[in-house]
Design a binder for this molecule. Structure first.
Ligand SMILES: [Zn+2]
Length: 69
């Protein structure tokens, strides 16, 4: 029988995790009095769990569709 030589398997080895675009950021505040102040929030990426301050988070939120080169 000749159907043992499937070639689909080689795809599995080449899979690398795509770099996270950090566009699913969730705002968190440590102090209740800071709540609502986006500049004092900690931004946690809902996809990968990375944390950013406001300035870094703003970069990801303001240019979500730039081509990555
Ligand atoms: Zn991320």
């Amino acid at each position: 029988m000749g159907f043992l030589s499937r070639t689909k398997e080689k795809e599995e080895e080449a899979i690398e995790p795509a770099p996270c675009p950090h566009t699913a950021l969730v705002q968190r505040w440590d102090l209740p009095e800071d709540m609502g102040n986006k500049e004092k929030a900690t931004y946690v990426c809902d996809t990968c769990g990375a944390r950013f301050n406001y300035e870094r988070a703003r970069e990801f939120m303001e240019r979500p569709s730039l081509p990555i080169s």
